[in-house]
Design a protein around this ligand. Structure first.
Ligand code: ADP
Ligand code: MG
Length: 238
């Protein structure tokens, strides 16, 4: 796994190797639009905020936390971690992913220290105890700097400073949607970190998410930036 990450240009030096520990692993059962994820947590619930050192933050410009609900030991420390990171000039983002316990606790307190919040529509509705995505966005848009909500084949909606934009999904032949949300996050954050407009960031996100669905697995369908830019012109108009 380290080798695969290195091949993709990821700096693996900060990866913590715990003797006797095992890496988290998910088996994703996908059929049509339905998907069930079975996760062996391994070390996922053991990472703590203290293990994210100032030295590591100093070398970074953005901090993204995903799978909030699986990261049990990290949860109590995230608010302080995001504060620390922002104090050092980083921006922060959060993709909670689904809560297997369906209790949806602890996220609201993080919104004021989160620059970009990236739920999907089921997650944002669960977090706001509502059943309509528009209402859920209204409830949270004022509480977080930038909000981007994934809607699967429905595309996505983003909100910031009273502005709201909506982008349709690419029409692609879907192989499976594994990793679509994470690829969406990566695209959106690229635009965000390069000070693109809200709409352009959302378009890149939708392209990265959409292209990842054309190929089995989460990483093999990832585009280069040049490919993504070409596809951005092919998004259907609303
Ligand atoms: N069936 C699909 N057709 C086209 N694009 C899709 C499809 N499913 C996902 N995507 C793209 O990937 C993005 C993220 O996928 P989604 O399934 O909403 O996220 P998550 O995996 O977090 O639930 C969507 O906003 C969309 O752009
Ligand atoms: Mg997701």
């Amino acid at each position: 796994m380290l080798e695969a990450m290195q091949k993709a240009g990821i700096d693996t030096r900060p990866v913590i190797i715990v003797p006797g520990g095992s890496t988290g692993l998910s088996v994703i059962l996908a059929k049509g639009n339905d998907r069930a994820i079975l996760t062996h947590p391994g070390l996922i619930p053991t990472l703590t905020a203290e293990e994210i050192t100032d030295d590591l933050l100093n070398r970074s410009r953005h901090l993204h936390v995903a799978s909030y609900f699986l990261q049990k030991a990290l949860q109590p420390g995230i608010r302080h971690l995001f504060d620390r990171a922002r104090g050092m000039g980083l921006t922060t983002s959060l993709d909670t992913n689904y809560d297997p316990s369906e209790e949806w606790q602890g996220v609201h307190e993080l919104l004021s220290v989160t620059n970009v919040f990236l739920p999907n529509e089921v997650e944002i509705c669960s977090l706001t105890a509502g059943d309509h995505v528009e209402q859920a966005i209204q409830k949270l848009a004022d509480r977080v700097e930038t909000l981007a909500v994934k809607q699967g084949a429905g595309g996505a909606i983003a909100a910031r400073d009273g502005e709201q934009v909506r982008v349709k999904a690419l029409s692609v032949r879907v192989q499976d949607t594994v990793g679509a949300g994470d690829n969406f996050d990566a695209g959106f954050l690229y635009g965000y970190l390069h000070h693109w407009s809200l709409e352009e960031s959302l378009r890149l996100a939708v392209v990265c998410g959409g292209l990842s669905t054309r190929v089995a697995g989460g990483t093999d369908g990832q585009p280069t930036l040049a490919e993504a830019r070409t596809w951005m012109k092919r998004i259907p108009e609303i």
